[in-house]
Design a protein around this ligand. Structure first.
Ligand code: FAD
Length: 158
């Protein structure tokens, strides 16, 4: 079964408190560990950006469950592709705290310095997540320069 990485963005129906975000992360880590799914979840300004990595069936089943969740809406898939390796192998669901979203980082990948993942291109969203994987220590800093093949394709479309 090939590995895939699915990246989507969505809008929280109500602003979430840190304990509410923690509750999502806690359930996610338990379920994802059983399903062999890994990934990262960013939340800020009532917006979510999440990537799910794992076997195609497992990622599809997880995403189908997430889609039914009434805590968010306006879900858009930014990218879905087969991958040779995971970016977040050590995380059932890596949480990216709002502080990570510094002005410079957001400006690096977006039009503005606000976190607005639903308006990002696939290339920018993947570059942001790859940067995040570096920060989380899942990709060594010495990783060879060129981005993964899929990222090159996405970037060349921009
Ligand atoms: P149950 O716990 O039986 O709940 C039944 C229904 O109620 C489901 O539709 C559920 O989504 C919804 N629900 C549960 N709690 C609440 C609540 N507090 N408020 C409103 N509705 C609620 N789950 C994962 O397993 N892996 C992930 O990576 C993952 N990422 C998520 C990312 C986001 C942005 C969100 C909003 C949720 C995420 N979840 C994730 C949670 C997921 O949507 C399900 O709630 C969870 O998987 C449990 O599913 P269940 O069918 O067992 O639902």
């Amino acid at each position: 079964m090939p590995l895939i990485r699915l990246t989507y963005a969505s809008r929280a129906v109500d602003a979430l408190t840190p304990p509410q975000v923690d509750a999502i992360l806690s359930v996610s880590r338990t379920n994802n560990a059983k399903a062999g799914v890994t990934g990262a979840l960013m939340y800020g300004a009532r917006e979510f950006l999440q990537c799910l990595e794992g076997a195609r069936e497992a990622v599809n089943a997880t995403y189908a469950r997430i889609l039914r969740d009434a805590r968010h809406a306006d879900v858009v898939i930014l990218d879905c592709r087969e991958i040779d390796r995971r970016w977040f192998p050590g995380w059932g669901m890596h949480h990216v705290p709002p502080l990570w979203s510094t002005r410079q980082r957001l400006l690096r990948y977006g039009e503005r310095e606000t976190f607005a993942p639903r308006t990002m291109s696939a290339g920018a969203a993947l570059a942001l997540l790859q940067d995040l994987a570096h920060s989380a220590g899942d990709l060594p800093e010495t990783e060879p320069g060129p981005p993964p093949a899929g990222l090159r394709q996405a970037a060349s479309r921009d």
